[in-house]
Design a protein around this ligand. Structure first.
Ligand code: UDP
Length: 320
């Protein structure tokens, strides 16, 4: 039994991670600014504590991190619209707070499990990306890159902490994880935005020409890898891509959602600039090479896009 702190524990991935850690018998404390709706099924567990507060509060973090064995650091602002509308806040949380938390973790000799992002690779055209592939980013005047840069700086910091102070870590780069409890409908990422539009019978807002691609991984498959790797000694002090290699254009993806959900909406193409204003740049293709995670823990994603979307749509339909 370990004592584990999960920042962002009431968020999408965090809530699933808390649940799995509790199932494994660990004592879990979650810190999150969000309300506890996604973890309300866990609060009666005596091994679970939820603190609704900010990870930017250094004295709170120092206090909560005393006597902990391990931290899963997931708390972050990960909404593309916020990268351009509120970049300062993105960097306060995703960069400054994270580094402070890593310092405290190092003082307390905790293992750090860090949730990074596929955004780290930027718009490198040479897909699929393996973990050591180049980062290709735009100018610092393009706000979109503040998220990628914050997460990458955190990764550098963890490599340095390990090199100079032997602090153990593991880094996950997530490639568009989706599933029930993702975001509030209509907010955040493409899946919840499209889903709200489909459920309301509105037109689907495909950005640009819809040819930009993403890969998608169902949350259960991602969490399976996360938990296995976090407790596997041989995976320590490394980075892992967590995703699937099947690439979908956004137009194609929207059409699959329409078919799976039996929806009637029409598609409308809308310029990125109209949605994001200046300071945004899209990533034309995003595809992981997942050889490393597959080999390391003998892992394979099991849920097809159709099955994953079916479960996600059902969840939101029932909630509506
Ligand atoms: N996208 C879209 N319509 C929307 C929302 C997003 O076509 O209403 C596109 C977006 O421009 C991007 C892709 O879907 O090309 C994935 O966007 P998401 O917000 O999920 O985040 P990202 O993968 O870019 O981090």
């Amino acid at each position: 039994m370990k004592k584990i702190l999960v920042t962002g524990g009431a968020g999408f991935l965090g809530s699933y991670i808390c649940e799995e850690l509790l199932k494994k018998g660990h004592r879990v404390t979650a810190i999150d600014m969000a309300d506890g709706k996604k973890i309300e099924h866990l609060v009666s567990d005596k091994k679970f504590t939820f603190i609704q507060d900010s990870v930017c509060d250094l004295s709170l973090m120092k206090h909560q991190m005393k006597d902990m064995d391990m931290i899963f650091h997931l708390a972050a602002i990960a909404d593309p619209l916020k990268y351009v509308t509120n970049p300062l806040n993105v960097m306060e949380v995703d960069l400054l707070a994270a580094i402070n938390i890593f310092k405290i973790a190092a003082e307390n000799k905790m293992k750090i499990v860090f949730s990074s992002t596929s955004e780290v690779f930027g718009r490198n055209k040479d897909v699929p990306w393996s973990e050591d592939d180049d980062r290709v980013l735009g100018a610092t005047s393009i706000n979109r890159w503040c998220y990628s840069t914050s997460k990458a700086a955190c990764e550098h910091y963890l490599f340095a902490l390990h090199k100079e102070e032997r602090v153990p870590f593991i880094i996950y780069r997530f490639f568009n994880v989706y599933g029930p409890k993702l975001d509030d409908l209509g907010h955040g990422r493409v899946v919840s935005i499209f889903l709200k539009q489909f459920l309301n019978g509105e037109d689907i807002t495909v950005h640009g020409d819809g040819k930009q691609t993403r890969t998608f991984i169902y949350v259960d498959d991602a969490i399976d890898a996360v938990i296995k790797l976090a407790f596997y000694k041989k995976a320590e002090n490394q980075v892992f891509n967590i995703g699937t290699p099947r690439e979908y254009s956004m137009y194609e993806f929207a059409k699959i959602m329409k078919k799976v959900g039996g929806f009637k909406s029409k598609f409308k193409f809308i310029e990125h600039k109209k949605v994001f204003g200046k300071g945004y740049e899209d990533i034309p293709r995003r595809v992981p090479d997942t050889t490393k995670v597959k080999k390391c823990i003998n892992w394979r994603p099991k849920i097809s896009i159709e099955e994953g979307l079916k479960r996600t749509i059902e969840y939101y339909r029932n909630r509506k």
